[in-house]
Design a protein around this ligand. Structure first.
Ligand code: NAP
Ligand code: GCO
Length: 262
């Protein structure tokens, strides 16, 4: 049997949260191209329809649902509906996320809580909703989308860093608590990727643009396509003994002190 069969997702059902576009869309596309049936949710029907059209243009039959991942009852209904309409979820990618770039002492507690709610509480809620049937099925893959901010801080992203640092440890704890049921929970830590979320940092002349290129050995922003292979690896049998690991897909940022200014 070819070693490539270990990367096949044939017959698997995947849920990727917040996947109408951006990183989630790329990861869901990769899982579909590896054989999975992909389901995704987003905050409103307009976004879901936009996503369904985009998947269809790639020849992918996706299943789209409106669901706010911070709403536990809505998430439980989403998972139940997917199980009825598509099948038991084999692969969960907790991708949905927000960021608020505000100096900490100017951020309200409500703003801080909102970021924690989407970026940390929601992955807990969705994982909790899918784990019981993964246990019954005898296997499961959970991939939490972490960040450079799971390891590093920077000005104005205190809530996001706190959430993504917590998501790293939630990943390790799910791995610890459910590994005996053949459930592997890992993280992907993207570097700086060109998506709508980072568009403000890439505007013409924004100092962050050249800064992050100087901090990236690959000397470029990442593309969502750079995350597709790592996602298929962590979603497939090829990673059945990888558990509690955060796979940083950052072009080398975490390994690099940064290019000396000329
Ligand atoms: P994005 O372009 O902002 O997309 C995020 C998606 O999540 C959007 O579809 C968004 O819907 C959805 N979403 C937000 N809150 C939600 C909620 N409560 N319920 C359901 N869906 C919700 O972000 P991205 O750059 O693709 O990032 C995706 C993930 O990767 C995030 O977790 C982010 O923190 C992480 N990440 C990004 C980078 C990067 O450089 N881009 C690097 C590391 C990690 P709306 O359009 O309605 O907001
Ligand atoms: C920021 C960026 C980052 C990226 C990503 C890096 O403002 O610093 O938005 O947080 O989104 O998380 O890995």
């Amino acid at each position: 049997m070819s070693i490539l069969n270990k990367f096949s997702l044939d017959g698997k059902v995947a849920l990727v949260t917040g996947a109408s576009y951006g990183i989630g869309f790329a990861i869901a596309t990769a899982l579909a191209k590896a054989g999975a049936t992909v389901c995704f949710n987003d905050l409103n029907q307009e976004l879901v329809d936009k996503g369904l059209k985009a998947y269809e243009e790639l020849g992918i039959k996706a299943y789209g649902y409106v669901c706010d991942v911070t709403d536990e009852e809505a998430v439980n209904q989403l998972v139940k509906k997917i199980e009825e309409e598509v099948g038991i979820i084999d692969i969960l990618v907790n991708n949905a996320g927000i960021i608020k770039r505000i100096p900490m002492c100017e951020m309200t507690a409500a703003e801080f809580r909102q970021v924690i709610d989407v970026d940390l509480n929601a992955p807990f809620i969705v994982a909790k909703a899918v784990i019981p049937n993964m246990i019954k099925k005898g296997h499961g893959k959970i991939i939490n989308i972490c960040s450079m901010m799971s390891e590093l801080g920077r000005e104005t992203v205190s809530a996001y860093a706190a959430a993504k640092g917590g998501l790293k440890m939630l990943t390790k704890n799910i791995a610890s608590e459910y590994g005996e049921f053949n459930i592997q929970c890992n993280g992907i830590g993207p570097g700086y990727i060109a998506t709508p979320q980072t568009a403000p940092l890439r505007e013409d002349g924004h100092p962050f643009n050249s800064f992050i290129i100087s901090k990236t050995p690959a000397a470029r922003w990442g593309e969502t396509e750079d995350l597709m292979g790592p996602a298929v690896f962590l979603a497939s049998d090829a990673s059945n003994f990888v558990n509690g690991h955060i796979l940083y897909v950052d072009g080398g940022i975490l390994a690099y002190i940064g290019k000396q200014p000329k």
